[in-house]
Structures are given as C-alpha cells and as structure tokens.
Ligand binder design. Sequence first.
Ligand SMILES: [Zn+2]
Length: 530
Amino acid sequence: MSTPEQKRRIEIYDTTLRDGSQGEGISFTVEDKIRIARRLDEFGVDFIEGGWPGSNPKDEEFFERMKSVPLRHARLAAFGSTRRAGIRAEDDGQLQKLVQAQVPVVTIFGKSWEDHIFHALKTTREENLHMIADSVAFLKGEVPTVIYDAEHFFDGYKADASYAIECLRVAWEAGAERLVLCDTNGGTLPDELTEIVQGVRQALPNAVLGIHTHNDSECAVANALAGIREGAIHVQGTINGYGERCGNCNLVPVMASLRIKLGYDCLLEHSLEHLTGLSQYIDEIANLVPNTRAAYVGRSAFAHKGGVHADAVLKGASYEHIDPEAVGNSRRLLISELAGGSSISGKAAERGIDMDRKSPQTRALLGKITEREHEGYSYEGAEGSFELLMMQAMGTYRSLFTLKGFRCIVEKRGDMAETITEATVKLEIEGEEQLVVAEGDGPVHALDSALRKALSTFYPEMAGIKLTDFKVRVVNTREGTAAKVRVMIDSTDGEQSWSTVGVSTNMIEASWYALVDSVVYGLLRCDNRA
Ligand SMILES: [Zn+2]
C-alpha cells in the first residue's frame, strides 16, 4: 500500500569504492575505480563516495584523475574524519586534503559513543562535540555539500541517548546537510533500529536523516528499509553488499525494493532495467564470482526447474515475486531464448546498432553466446569481445590477420638465474607472412609484444593501444587440473578503455584469445571512427 508520504525521493549514496573496498579479497586499481564510478553514474546513483584522500595515495590519485571525468548525474564525494583533538579544523592536514580533492560533496564521520571517544580518540565528551561542530563548519565554508556520518550511532544511543543526540545536533547546527545514522557494528535488529530512529526524529524534527548499515546480523537491507520508513531520505551502501566482515548494506535489493515494492522514487526512470548488468559488472571488475542466489539479480533468482512448476510458469502462472525484466534479469526456462533476444537487441541499441530481437542475426548471435557461455565465457564486463561477436553477426567484422602459429618458451636455469620468456608469433597479414620474436616479463607480455610487433608494420595505430590490466579466474573448479581458466584483459587507446575475454584449459591460449580480441577491437574501432 502506498501513501503520499511514500512518494518521497530517496537519495542513493554508493560507497562501493570506499567502504566496499574494505571487504576481504577486494582490491581496486585506480583504473578499476574510474570505470566503476562511470558505470554507477550511468546507472543513476546520486552520490559516489570515491575514497578517503587523506588515508592513501591511490585515493588521492583517483580524485585527481576524476577531475577530468565528467559525471552526468552523480555527485562525487570524498570521505574523511572530524579534525584531531586539540587542534583547529583549518590546521588539520586530513581536512585540507578533503578540500583539495575539489569535489562537490564531502562526508565526514565523527563519534557518538563514549566507548570510542575515551578509547579510540582518547579525548573528552566536550572536545568530541567541538571536533564535530568545528569540522563541519570549516568544510561548510569550503565545499558545496557536507554530509555527517554518525559512526557507531546505534551503540552510542543505547549507551547514552541524550549524548548521541547531542552529537547529531551540533553537526546539524554547524551546517551538515544530512545526518547519517550508522550501524557500524551491524549488530542492531530492525525493531530496535526503528525505535531509535523514531527517537531521533522526535529530538531533531527538522534534521534530514540518512542511514548506513552493516550486515553482521544479516539485517543490513532490512535495517536500511526500516530507517527509510521512519523518515530517512538518504541511504548508503555498496553494490553486491561488499564491505568489511559480513559486508555493507547491499544497495541492489534496497533500490529494487524501494521502487518496485514500496513506491518510493529513486534513481533515474529506467535505471532498474540495468540492475542485473550493474551487479555483474562490478563483480567482474572486483574479480569475484557472482552470487547466483543474489536477490533480484542472481542467475538463479528467476530460474524454474522442469516439471509441473516450469510448465505452470509457461502457461502464465506466477511463481515470481516481480517481473524479472524489471531489474534486467530473465526467467530461465525453455523460453529463455526470447528473453535473451531482447537483452541482445538492448545491448546493441546501447551501442547505436539496430538489431531486431527476432531477426536471424540476433538468433545467430544468441546461439553463439549460449555456446560460448557454456564453454566458460562471460560477456558481462567484456564489452570489447561482445561487440566483436555482434560485428560478426551483423557482417561488419573484418578479419585483420590469420594466425599461422605461436610458440612460447619460459626458461629458468638454476634457483638464482633470471627467468627468460620468449614468444614467437607467425601471422599472415594481407597475403604476407610475418614471423616475429619478442621477449617479455612472462608469457602473456611476450606474446603481446610479438603480436604488436607483427601488426605494427601494417597498422601504425597499434602504437596508441596498450594493455592496462590482466585477470585470470578458474571457471570450473570441479574438474581439477582440467579446469578452464577465463582471462580478462583491459586495454586503452588513451581515449576509451575496453575489456576482452578468452577461455581455455590452457592459460596461455586463453590469454592469446583475449589479446587478439583486444587488439582487433582496438583496430576496428579506429576503422569505424575514420
Ligand atoms: Zn560503514
């Protein structure tokens, strides 16, 4: 049931790049972070928290490089803490770095819990209040928007409600535009959280509230939704719930539930149709295996096994809580081919290519993708390879060379000796045979160098294309040593970046396929621009 109150617009604040990157097994390069920021912006989130510029040089580089990356919709936020005890805000180096990031939004966190004030900050309750007020007021004079994250707020409130409220009040009075209540330990349950948010609303009726939850009791999503129902208009979290320990609040189900089930306004009009793609893309960049049972976006979220159930679904009976296409997912049954056809024409449309979902080209492409996916390929996050398949189906692909053979030798003679890698590549280009030998740091680098050398005589544009990242993942662990590996390669020509994929039981062969796609895509792109 929706009431007028529920039509409020909810701000989506993504912290995948900051809190999310604290998760075990997650390490983003600066290039990864830029790609994720771009994708989040295209998707339609309101805020992208990019990192903590005072804490590490990588985040500083990210903010520096983002100065030349235009965002369509989202506002970039830098994260930091209140000033140190006993100094002036303007003398605090960490606050100065937040200003130097030159972003439209700065989010700072402060303490609301005695336990942390005494043990972590080693200061007094009074000085903590000054630290919050001074820091917010100083930043308010330097950046357009200041958001205040009340760290450990729920624990602080349980220990001493009036002091926790006082911490919020000074931040609000100093000019913070959002007061974000953080369940930093993730231990609060929804009923308790509801009561506390109600308490805050009574004490500070005019304050604009946000909610930031963690998943230590598997309640992060439920808690975020409870906070919104109690009046928060701003929700923080990460894509796929990445984050420390058990993770942050997963924004994927939060955004879907807000719009589809609770009738709130958020994101852009068609954002949710790209939700599954976004979730897979971020997993792909993070080099994590997607959770097939993830709510709304998992591969199994709308999968129906044979028998009576699938038959009933085919006849129109509802066994699904929402229409899978509303979140860009698809039902997996005998009829999945149709759903696939529309997603391909959708992807083609994103690239400005008109492809009818029922045309023979679309069907051929779909057949090819199904076959490749069965072999272990994944095209989410490998736009370059996907586009090459699309060109082949449309007849716009042009073969640039034929492989006559390659060989790769890795040699190490004795423990202390240097390892030498050498690759030989033989290609036929425009009827001429090219035999090239190159050395490299490892087999992929050597093959890449040889391939480039062979091609550069014919295609001088090769000089502008370079490989930026390389990822390997085992795709079918059950088969032990016969397991296949999937190699993803990122490349750039200085203007645009693209990713390609290769699969084989042999890592070098998988790398070769990804390398070939990478250079062919780069060269055909130049072609199409000319
Ligand atoms: Zn957090």
